[in-house]
Ligand binder design. Sequence first.
Ligand SMILES: [Fe+2]
Length: 438
Amino acid sequence: MSSADLAGAPGHALAGTQGGPTHGGAIHDGTPLAVDLLGQYHEVRRASLALSAGWTPEDQALQSMPDASPVKWHLAHTSWFFEALLLRPSLPSYQAFDERYFRLFNSYYEALGPRHPRPQRGLLSRPDHAQVLAYRAHVDAAMSDLLEMADADLRARITPTLVLGLQHEMQHQELMVTDLLHAFSLNPLRPALWADVALAPAGPASHGSDVDPLHPSGWTPHAGGKVDVGHDGLGFAFDNELPRHPVWLQPYALGDRPVNGADVLAFIRDGGYRRPELWLSDAWATVQREGWQAPAYWVAGLDDDDYDVFGPNGLATLDPQAPVSALSYFEADAYARWAGARLPTEFEWEAAASLSGSLGGAGQVWEWTGSAYLPYPGFRPSPGPASEYNGKFMLNQMVLRGGSWATPAAQKRIGYRNFFPPGARWQISGLRLARDLE
Ligand SMILES: [Fe+2]
């Protein structure tokens, strides 16, 4: 996956994000070697502004549901992260831009005090957009001061948190896209995030009449056995990717590409959303309660059998070759069962991707795995306030792997564990099939 997948994005707004902090080809993870940390910092910060530059202040104030946040809030919260974890503790001369922002833009860090309620972030018309940009500039100037005054010892101590802050901001860049896409999906005008964003297809077409509709993709077999999973020690990793450890895999096969629009259309036409035997209990209750009849962002046409799909370009005719997106775990699991297959475990996915360097069509949509988001054996959260970053969410969430077209390139790595609750369907999330061998 490269920014070339987004060729055509006006002004390459997203391509700018994809560049990420690539000084020297990789982010460094805490050692004070000759990496241009300040340059990386400003590159990531500028990418957030480039990404959002085409969206109006009104766009950036929208909160479409409790799980999604306004773009403006993301821009402020990522600044708060540097302020709360680096500037306040480590720069004695630091003066807050506005003391009240410390509460306003804390997301979920209990150790750092009370917070403005998440579902009410959309009510924050003040500070206005211009004030949030001024807040960012204030934090950026102070971060420059901090890095320029730091001696080798302080620099070594703050580097892990600084690098974490950059990775955090890149995660929020993707959330800015998914959250605004959700808000736009509810607007009858169906606005486009950008015009003419070209997304790569899932892989080679395999929809000839000779293809079994229940197994439309090819399969790649894997012998299984003992494999090592988790971060290999090169470059950055979040704490939840550690420690590296062995697991045992039974022989299995993985689909050659993510499930695409044509595959899911066949599922729908076979009554997939109306057949309780295909769904887990919680999933079926959700289908019933929410009235799901197709993936999120699919809009039924006049004859109820054709679909348009809302995406970053606005509303477009369903592309049968494009990987399905905005799918919940519930739907991914039901689709796999209908197809006579299952979701891969996160370790099957990681072992196969490690062997081949990447999986066919990976990197366009996050791929749900059948693995609950749990700590690796020997997991130790990062020290200090960052201990709340990942570990406390290890309940009731499922792991996704691979990255999406909105994931900054500098964050795409095989061991990355994304996670969301099984009913979440506003992320750029699809699936790849797996099945047992023997
Ligand atoms: Fe955050």
